[in-house]
Design a protein around this ligand. Structure first.
Ligand code: TRP
Length: 458
């Protein structure tokens, strides 16, 4: 599946043919790397804990199938067909100047916003690789205060954010093949190996393994709330990197002989399996020390280090390396969306686009790194990290996803869609009608919920 005829230099010039992934395996690792991130290892376990386990997991799997997978196929289709960044892609598949390009604009803007705060959290993960090298000790309250000291300190958060952005910029500057593809081939196998090792530890070397499996896979529907269902829906979206053109961008580097549907299934499956494995690891630890699973966002940085004081650095160092790898393969996809726009549409060269836009995002991220910087937002004083997270997760991504869904369901020519799908049989019909009816309604519900316009949930 390699195309040796596409030289690396084409990466930078908009007039020569577009660079493609060197192999379909490289593409799958890159796209799965984008999908697998803080969402899988930090957020999925904690929301599963908050919303009661098994039943929530089941709903989440349903959302991945009904909303995530169709939209992933749709984004890859748009990208591969157009062979352009999101702004150019919507125009190319409609007409030059088409208002649908707004969807692409929104995606590029989301890239700026999400990467800025995501890098701050990723920086904490990196900092914790080093903190756990020396081990955690002392009373639980002291170990927890250790994290608050990091997150609350502007110089320390800013320092690790700087390191993380530098890593991201360094990789993206290398280009699609020599930067992104080369690095995900190291990061993703590393991530899988660490996760496998930790899972064996959790299942066989702690007393919490079977309880963790029961918690994740035995649904108790009495624990399911409307709020839980909506979170599952929103999370299916975020965890698969949908709604901002990341998959459009990665799809634009696909060869014509790649299989969009098969690849989208592989990527979604990898993302889901990795989230579940992370859940097994974390809940095995939590249950083996008799703790409650429902502590919320502090699960990884507050609760786990208390347990790591018992297990020692053998468990905690790999864990935070895992978190760092997962985050890094996601931040490069966020930056690539922005870079591809400036390269394709503005004719910048890749190095300049990566450096300049990386620097702009870095500066924006400093606002999130300064925890004491608070502004009034929705009736209270809040930090930038929470505000930007809130705006992007609740507004930007769902709106981008809804527009992408409507575009690919109703605007693209049926023939184009069929060609990209690769068949016209029953599977295709099921895909189109899911994309026309089920996916947009589900996404609309996420948006209304974000706006507090759903009367039946708090
Ligand atoms: N999917 C990533 C995660 O689970 C986050 C992410 C990376 C993302 N790129 C994205 C989310 C693009 C939305 C859009 O952590």
């Amino acid at each position: 599946m390699t195309q040796p005829t596409t030289p690396q230099a084409n990466d930078q010039s908009p007039t020569t043919p577009r660079i493609h992934w060197a192999s379909s395996g490289g593409f799958i690792l890159a796209a799965a790397g984008s999908a697998v991130g803080l969402g899988n290892i930090w957020k999925f376990p904690y929301i599963t804990g908050v919303y009661g386990g098994g039943a929530f997991v089941l709903v989440y799997l349903g959302c991945v199938l009904a909303v995530g997978l169709p939209l992933m196929i749709a984004e890859l289709m748009i990208g591969r067909r157009a062979q352009e960044n999101p702004v150019g892609a919507f125009q190319k598949l409609h007409y030059r100047g088409s208002p649908w390009q707004i969807t692409g604009w929104l995606g590029v803007a989301s890239g700026f916003v999400i990467l800025s705060f995501y890098s701050v959290i990723a920086g904490w993960a990196l900092a914790y690789v080093f903190e756990s090298l020396s081990g955690f000790s002392g009373a639980a309250a002291d170990i927890q205060a250790q994290f608050d000291a990091l997150a609350g300190s502007a110089p320390r958060s800013a320092f690790w954010h700087t390191v993380f952005m530098a890593l991201t910029i360094g990789i993206v500057m290398g280009g699609v093949r020599d930067g992104i593809e080369r690095w995900v081939k190291i990061l993703m196998p590393g991530l899988l190996a660490i996760l496998g090792g930790l899972m064996i530890y959790g299942l066989f070397f702690t007393d919490g393994g079977s309880q963790a499996i029961g918690f994740l896979f035995q649904p108790d529907f009495s624990k399911l709330s409307a709020e839980g269902i909506l979170s599952a829906l929103g999370h299916a979206f975020f965890t698969l990197s949908l709604g901002m053109g990341a998959m459009i961008t990665y799809g634009s580097y696909m060869n014509r002989d790649s299989h969009i549907v098969r690849d989208a299934i592989t990527i979604s499956l990898l993302d889901t399996v990795i989230a579940l494995l992370a859940g097994i690891v974390i809940f095995s630890l939590v249950f083996s020390y008799g703790l409650e699973p429902n502590v919320g966002p502090g699960l990884i940085f507050h609760t786990l280090p208390v347990l790591f004081a018992e297990t020692g650095p053998w468990v905690s160092v790999p864990f935070f390396v895992l978190l760092t790898f997962a985050a890094l393969s996601s931040t490069i996809s966020l930056l690539e969306v922005v870079v591809s726009y400036f390269v394709d549409e503005r004719g910048w060269n890749r190095k300049a686009a990566t450096l300049v836009m990386g620097a702009v995002i870095y500066v924006l991220g400093l606002l999130s790194a300064i925890a004491v910087l608070k502004v009034p937002f929705r009736g209270s004083e809040q930090g930038f990290l929470d505000i930007l997270d809130y705006i992007s997760t609740n507004y930007m991504l769902p709106i981008g996803g809804l527009l992408t869904c409507l575009f690919s369901a109703w605007i693209i020519k049926d023939q184009v869609r069929r060609e990209e799908f690769g068949s016209a049989g029953l599977a295709y019909k099921a895909f189109v009608w899911t994309l026309r009816l089920i996916t947009p309604v589900a996404v609309l519900i996420i948006i209304l919920h974000g706006l507090n316009l759903l009367p039946f949930v708090e």
